[in-house]
Design a protein around this ligand. Sequence first.
Ligand SMILES: Nc1nc2c(c(=O)[nH]1)N[C@H]1C(S)=C(S)[C@@H](COP(=O)(O)O)O[C@H]1N2
Ligand SMILES: [Mo]
Length: 198
Amino acid sequence: MVRDVTGLYREFGDERLPPGQQRTEAFPVLSKGNVPRVTRGEWTLSVSGAVDDAVTLDWGDFTSLGVETQRQDFHCVTGWSRFDCEFTGVPVTTLADHVGIDSDAVQALFHAADDYTTNLPLDDCLRPETLLAFEFDGDPLPREHGGPVRAVTPHKYAYKGAKWVTGVEFLTEPERGFWERRGYSVSANPWREERYNS
Ligand SMILES: Nc1nc2c(c(=O)[nH]1)N[C@H]1C(S)=C(S)[C@@H](COP(=O)(O)O)O[C@H]1N2
Ligand SMILES: [Mo]
């Protein structure tokens, strides 16, 4: 079963296509540098910080948490949007229930194998559409798009979705990720064109 969440824009604006964006049928690749090579067998996910039980999950642990498939839109801060991407993965909120988030947590910081990081306010992170995705359109997530596992955030610009994710760290004090330290918005709402910090 595919859950269609492409209507989430109605919470934020009148148009499905956020202002200043152009639709593309392609799926461009944007990576800051090297493309890590990690197999599903080698991959682990560490969940740490302001949680009851810090854990490191392997592939089997992770995929047995509860998997779902969603149809989502993908909005890149550089101006392109791709509609109707089918991602299969584990919702971050499922992961959060598994480890128990401390009541004083305010953000999540995602860590990736290419030393990329991105921070997301906790409420944005715990929306049901924030997935740790491992399949795209029914196939294993391609390596250039973040395989074996990436985060996807259809309610945010796509730099909030860390490719090659290795860890989710819950924070009690805000901390900036790779692009957020370089001037990109922490909140990154596409319908308000929150591209840069004002
Ligand atoms: N680990 C990692 N994740 C990343 C990036 C990156 O360089 N490294 N780039 C981000 C940016 S700026 C965008 S727009 C999307 C692009 O995803 P795509 O290459 O699958 O289109 O991934 C985001 N996640
Ligand atoms: Mo981006």
